[in-house]
Design a protein around this ligand. Structure first.
Ligand SMILES: CC(C)(COP(=O)(O)OP(=O)(O)OC[C@H]1O[C@@H](n2cnc3c(N)ncnc32)[C@H](O)[C@@H]1OP(=O)(O)O)[C@@H](O)C(=O)NCCC(=O)NCCS
Length: 211
């Protein structure tokens, strides 16, 4: 497998942000699967993730964890989280397929207990950064028309709606919006993206977990 190497402290370049992102590995799956079950109406089975991680050269999958047990200890549900997931649990994950010069986001989820803190945005920027490292020119994804929270996140980072796939989701025949970034190599995108990332870094660096 052609393995991506992430720079130290990815996706930021310092230790100020109390979460870190690493490449997903098969031993992470027992922590990923319970999040998958609650995050998606049609969750992928563990075998699909195992295939992505071990067989698919086009795949890049990332996991996010708190940097230190202190981050969990400060959470309002600390006791519950520690009991269920341990001191540095996986709080989110995402992945994409790198097809020619396009990165197609295949999944993105944050554990419900950790949402609303900017971690979805951090995972999305991690995916974009990893896509840039893999040489992608644009990042694209499908999102349920009803998933307005995810759409807001994507729009804020610069994704625009470019089409619709009719009845794309088999569980309820829902349409998918196709959303794409502009060329991620262009200065106009890079400048605005760097600004948004700096704002996010500040927010995460100064955040306490009880928001
Ligand atoms: C979509 C998802 C990844 C966002 O994760 P998150 O950690 O909450 O994301 P952020 O904290 O960065 O917030 C993203 C946006 O959602 C809003 N938001 C987050 N939690 C919210 C809540 N409880 N109520 C209202 N808005 C909320 C934020 O305000 C933000 O909107 P803004 O950018 O306009 O301010 C998460 O909700 C999730 O895992 N959903 C289930 C899986 C899913 O739908 N994945 C996307 C598939 S395409």
């Amino acid at each position: 497998m052609l393995q991506l190497v992430l720079p130290p402290e990815f996706p930021f370049d310092d230790l100020c942000v109390p979460y870190r992102v690493d490449l997903m590995r098969v031993p992470d799956l027992p922590q990923i699967m319970p999040i998958e079950q609650v995050a998606f109406p049609a969750p992928w089975p563990a075998t699909a993730y195992r295939y992505e991680l071990t067989r698919n050269d086009l795949s890049v999958y990332l996991v996010m964890r708190p940097r230190s047990p202190l981050v969990v200890a400060e959470h309002p549900n600390a006791r519950h989280l520690l009991r269920r997931h341990g001191a540095v649990p996986v709080v989110g994950y995402g992945g994409f397929w790198n097809i020619v010069d396009e990165a197609h986001v295949s999944t993105l989820a944050i554990h419900p207990d950790w949402r609303g803190r900017g971690l979805g945005e951090m995972m999305l920027t991690s995916l974009i950064d990893a896509a840039i490292l893999r040489g992608a020119s644009e990042v694209t994804l499908e999102v349920r028309v009803s998933n307005v929270m995810a759409q807001r996140l994507y729009r804020r980072i610069g994704f625009v709606e470019v089409g619709r796939r009719k009845r794309y989701y088999r569980d309820n025949d829902e349409d998918a919006l196709i959303m794409t970034t502009p060329c991620v190599k262009e200065t106009a995108f890079r400048d605005e993206y760097a600004r948004l990332k700096a704002v996010l870094r500040r927010r995460l660096a100064t955040s306490r977990t009880e928001q």
